[in-house]
Design a binder for this molecule. Sequence first.
Ligand code: AQP
Length: 329
Amino acid sequence: MRKHFFSGIQPSGRLHIGNYLGAIKQWIGLQDQYAPIFGIVDYHAITVPYEPGRMPMRVLDAAAAYLAAGVDPEKSILMVQSHVPEHTELAWVLNCLTPMGRLSRIPTFKDKVRQTPGQVSMGLFDYPVLMAADILLYKSEIVPVGEDQIPHLEFTREIARKFNTTFGDTFPEPAEVLGKGAKLLGLDGEFKMSKSLDNCIYLDDTDEELRKKIATAKTDPARKRRDDPGDPDICNIFSYHKIFSTEEEQSRCAEGCRTAGIGCVECKRILLERMIEMIAPLREKREEYLAEPDHIMEVLADGADRARAIARETMGEVRERMGLAPRER
Ligand code: AQP
């Protein structure tokens, strides 16, 4: 039987190529070997201020992006986190095993506090515990994620270990699976590509939007004129080439940059072509799915039922190990 694993994305804004490379692209290749659960993690998205009116569309949009990328509802489960209450139920259990000091040291929490000072909710503080619950509920042994999630995976392993030693062997200790582009920088060339920083190439950007973004994106700051040689190793555009372009194009751009044989305009033109090749078909398919929102809702409802059946089984085991009174009559 194929094993389950869980991986998800927050419906906290338009999905970007960091989400695609860090998570979605890896998911597709794992669907034959595993029976994965791909979540739209809306309970995570409400840990920071958000607009309720936009949430339903964001959920639909994320589902359409998953389907367009190749998530197959026959092989995988596509679901909304808040449709399966066992996620928050297990999070409560794990909360009771989590020292507060451990959570306050998690770097992603410290970053968010810096980004949104004065708006730190208990939910934001507790984010890693809910994420551990998402993963452990399905007894995931692997989790495809971007590099930014490594501290959360470390915490998940710790909490799994603690549960197992306290109440008996129940959860595997999941390993992160990192793909090519696991740490994609934003167009600013400084911070990770992130919805909340709006430094993104979005999966629904039009060709014209892509052209404008690439044309104005930063390159090696020391290369001021066409004839100046540059350093591809510190050029953000070249970091994108390493992901999107062929090996031959990468060597041509790197060599051309170092010798001033190729200008930034030409280097960006090559990159743009490759990016459009990847993004345009995803955008078009996503639009086709969005034209049939009822179909998406059916897929999500079916996904919630199937995920719940697995989640209830795990929670039954958890309750029994913990000595909580049986619920079933
Ligand atoms: N820049 C990135 N490079 C590689 N992978 C990335 N991921 C996110 N940004 C990059 C991966 O996408 C998955 C889902 O991320 P998320 O939406 O749950 O949360 P996030 O990491 O916090 O993404 P954002 O865009 O930065 O969202 P906001 O701004 O709302 O916090 C994860 O596997 C993540 O690693």
